[in-house]
Design a protein around this ligand. Structure first.
Ligand code: SF4
Length: 876
């Protein structure tokens, strides 16, 4: 067995350390790195399954021009010449790069240097714009710099942890588990969750404030007033380290408890309880995430939160501070190198002094002197024909951008589109004129920065397949062919990092927050995780001294007024988009791990029971969502965890995994005026039942071709695929459709049973003792056990069992495990319920009996719910 390679998880902004050990059989064993300060050995379900996402299926292995294989030289020359010609004919603003928080810092650095330094345009933006741009803008307004003051340890030291707009238990599971563990140790610790939905994060909350969408600003503006009234402000800190308190308080004065309650939809009592908690707990950390950032008022929300921490002096000290948690693994690294169109490099802006400094450092006479187009503006400029050459790196805007159908149309109309990606067939890559194969996680070398400013290494432990190359190499080659070879001499990621370090310290001397100069000459290979600024050593916390990066070193209160209440047009619902526990972004990686699809295998809409009843939408039926931008067809999940008047749909499903699950097609491209971040949690949609005449569920060895099905969602299963189906219009010839969809050869005999009374029908094909596929059809949602059916793909099946399989009946000796709850150990809901009935009355007892919930812990809230339900049923 080879030695483990220390690397970093490529998913969320927690930035967990990973030990990856390639095995002789080609598999890779994954474990949490016990020495990494972010996770101390823990991994969540996604991180644990990384080894199952490394297959080369679907990888882009060679450069392609016009869909045909090409050599690297031809592809690079074409990209360079088309960019050169476009710039010569239309100017530098006619070209753009759209990058990703999935890029490593070194990739980002060279892409930014090429565009801003040498093309002379700042039209380089990133999908991080969709994730945390409002936090950047809020930080800069308050601190004069984009600085996260605290660290993860503060979440364990706090007496009060406030989670705002964050389903931390699913979206940042390891961080959530750190808080849960701290709460178990420190019984006086309290958690408040502020979220319109009762997510699984609410499970550990002492107080859940199910706030109205975008009610956060009013809540925190009112908090500022209440802190004064409760005599909980810190006059010394306000007087010595801040400006603008009076103006912020003037706005807040009008926000009485009653007015806050009305604006937020909360009771006066709950608001008062929250305000009392905040006032009483000096050690308070306010963690916020996409529910704050992804709003047309996101920056104001951020500043409303920061104002309360400044007013109490609770910042930069152990267990205190506002804390923005980023979604992506390297959103922070992208910010550091200037991956956002409105930042230059090394956290510098487009002020004349900074532009001149970077110009001299890069020797870039042609450097851009003004910000470029932010993501939404950028795709609108493409649609308007202003941008004529576009390079998309490691991201999938055809699915993730608001008004995603319009974005796809813009990309289709763009005269020249390059996509560099690991995968051949994302919804974006298929639209490109040139596709460049990029190396993936485990193959690349570089650094990432997590949400607590900690720079960690990603190290390779696999050889990149085919002709795939690191992104920094691809950009460097294009830059050289564009005539900028002298400025792009790089032969390794190490050289790029060294230049990045040098720029961060160039003419800095403590004047700028981002400074890695202490790493000058450091051994890149053995670089340990370290928090910036790194001057002599890393820095755990910032601003504890009351000094900020504004011209007078004082923090700024920002007087923010809550926005007018949201008016939902009659008959419409507020669409909230977000993540599920076991998938990541557009599923290009997590979609390959069957156990990650076992938890939630299809796109869904969470609806409140009253809304569902009003609209005649039944649980598990299909719901159609539509507005002026697009439509989506998803499964109805009726639950009182959802707030009335809102509907939640996950963002992950693409055209590769579903017929019509691309929810961002419905999101209006409305942005925050400060940050340019789109309001991805605030679209208005009409929801109604989609009257399917027939529902279906299939397990198959190969991915079926599902043309003609109005609804389908296909997910990898162990040994094949599992597919949910529905037909609003039925095929004229069912058997012909089935043969085409499942690739049944002429003459092959399909086993079929049909029950005229119930309208149920099943078809299956067996080859020897193996099931090729089984399809279950019914006029209502199919009730067959998914886990049992999926398991058939791994079994030898005797002729005797075929009838039971067609009937969808697990044998008596094969109890149905039920829907998977614990993805780490493949434990289903029925198994947990059975253990609860047999005497396991706690999550811990279930863990001992079944192991469920004992790895990442992300499923513990669901386990607790099943145990509790069982207890209530037993008591009746
Ligand atoms: S919490 Fe999970 S997804 Fe996030 S970095 Fe850690 S292992 Fe990866």
């Amino acid at each position: 067995m080879s030695q483990p390679t220390k690397t970093t998880c490529p998913y969320c902004g927690v930035g967990c350390g990973v030990l990856a050990t390639p095995q002789a059989d080609g598999t890779v064993t994954i474990a949490g790195d016990p020495e990494h300060p972010a996770n101390l050995g823990r991994l969540c379900s996604k991180g644990s399954a990384l080894g199952e996402t490394l297959s080369h299926d679907g990888r882009l292995l060679h450069p392609e021009i016009g869909g045909r294989r090409a050599g690297w030289d031809d592809a690079l020359e074409l990209v360079a010449s088309r960019f050169r010609e476009t710039i010569a004919e239309h100017g530098p603003e006619a070209v753009a790069i759209y990058g990703s928080g999935q890029l490593l810092t070194e990739d980002y650095y060279v892409a930014n240097k090429l565009m801003k330094g040498f093309v002379g345009s700042a039209n380089i933006d990133t999908n991080s714009r969709l994730c945390m741009a409002s936090s950047v803008a809020g930080h800069k307004r308050a601190f004069g710099s984009d600085t996260v003051p605290g660290n993860y340890e503060d979440l364990e030291l706090a007496d009060l942890v406030i989670l705002v707009g964050s389903n931390l238990s699913w979206c940042h599971p390891v961080l959530y588990q750190r808080i849960v563990a701290a709460k178990a140790r420190r019984t006086n610790m309290k958690i408040v969750l502020i979220d319109p939905r009762r997510t699984t994060t609410a499970d550990q909350a002492d107080l859940h404030l199910a706030i109205k969408p975008d009610g956060d600003t009013a809540l925190f503006v009112g908090l500022l007033k209440s802190l004064v009234e409760r005599n909980a402000v810190d006059p010394e800190f306000i007087g010595g380290s801040t400006n603008g308190f009076g103006a912020a308080l003037d706005v807040a004065r009008e926000w009485t408890l009653e007015r806050v309650a009305e604006a937020t939809g909360l009771s006066v009592r709950d608001v008062a309880v929250f305000y009392d908690l905040f006032a009483a707990n000096t050690r308070t950390v306010t963690v916020y995430s996409q529910g704050v950032n992804q709003s047309a008022t996101g920056t104001d929300k951020v500043n409303a939160i920061i104002n309360c921490h400044l007013a109490t002096g609770r910042i930069g000290l152990p267990g205190m501070g506002p804390f923005s948690v980023t979604g992506q693994p390297n959103a922070m690294g992208g910010r550091e190198v200037g991956g956002l169109a409105n930042m230059l490099a090394a956290h510098m802006d487009f002020d004349p002094v900074s532009v001149d400094r970077v110009r001299r450092f890069w020797r870039a006479e042609n450097i851009a002197e003004a910000p470029g187009l932010k993501a939404v503006e950028l795709f609108k400029a493409i649609a308007a024909g202003k941008i004529k050459a576009l390079w998309i790196m490691a991201t999938n805007p055809v699915d993730s951008m608001p008004e995603a159908d319009a974005v796809r149309a813009a990309i289709r109309a763009c005269p020249f589109v390059v996509v560099s990606d690991m995968n051949a067939a994302t919804d974006t890559a298929v639209e490109a004129h040139v596709r460049l194969p990029a190396a993936g996680w485990g193959e690349k070398d570089g650094t990432v920065t997590n949400s607590e400013r900690r720079v960690s290494r990603q190290r390779p432990f696999l050889v990149a397949p085919g002709e795939a190359k690191p992104d920094w190499w691809i950009v460097t080659q294009v830059a050289r062919r564009m005539g900028f070879g002298e400025a792009f001499p790089y032969e390794s990621a190490n050289e790029i990092f060294a230049e990045h370090v040098a720029l961060s310290g160039f003419e800095n001397a403590g004047a700028r927050d981002f400074d890695l100069s202490g790493l000058t000459g450091a051994d890149y290979d053995t670089l340990q995780p370290v928090q910036w600024p790194v001057r002599l050593a890393g820095t755990a916390r910032m601003f504890g001294s009351g000094q900020f990066y504004t011209p007078d070193a004082r923090a700024r209160f920002v007087p923010v007024a809550p926005p007018p209440p949201i008016v939902t047009p009659p008959g419409m619902l507020v669409l909230n988009t977000g993540r599920v526990r076991d998938h990541w972004h557009t599923m290009t990686r997590t979609g390959k791990a069957s156990r990650l699809s076992a938890h939630m295998a299809e796109p869904f809409a969470e609806l409140h029971p009253d809304d569902a009843a009003d609209k005649s939408i039944r649980h598990a039926s299909l719901v159609k969502l539509e507005n002026q931008h697009g439509t989506a067809l998803v499964r109805a999940l009726v639950t009182d965890r959802q707030q009335r008047g809102s509907v939640f749909v996950p963002m992950h499903w693409t055209g590769q995994f579903s017929a019509a699950g691309r929810v961002d097609a419905l999101v209006t491209a409305q942005t925050d005026p400060q940050s340019g971040q789109p309001a991805l949690k605030m679209a208005m949609v009409v929801a109604g039942p989609a009257l399917a005449r027939r529902y279906g569920f299939a397990v198959s060895r190969r991915k079926p071709k599902l043309d003609g099905a109005d609804y389908w969602a296909a997910a990898e299963a162990d040994g094949g695929w599992r597919t949910e189906l529905a037909f609003i219009t039925e095929p004229a010839d069912w058997e012909a459709w089935v043969r085409e969809a499942f690739g049944v050869e002429d003459g092959a005999y399909l086993l079929t049973i049909r029950d005229k009374a119930s309208g149920r029908e099943s078809l299956a094909l067996f080859v020897g003792e193996e099931l090729e596929f089984a399809l279950y059809l019914a006029p209502d949602p199919v009730l067959v056990s998914r886990q049992w059916a999926v398991g058939l793909l791994r079994e030898k099946i005797s002729a005797r069992r075929r009838a039971d399989i067609l009937a969808g009946r697990p044998g008596g000796d094969r109890p149905d495990p039920g829907p998977i709850v614990c993805a780490c150990f493949g434990v289903g809901a029925n198994q947990i319920a059975a253990a609860a009935r047999a005497g396991c009355h706690s999550v811990e007892a279930i863990g001992v009996a079944l192991k469920a919930g004992t790895n990442c812990g992300s499923c513990r809230a669901e386990i607790r719910g099943i145990v509790e339900l069982n207890r209530l049923e037993a008591a009746e």
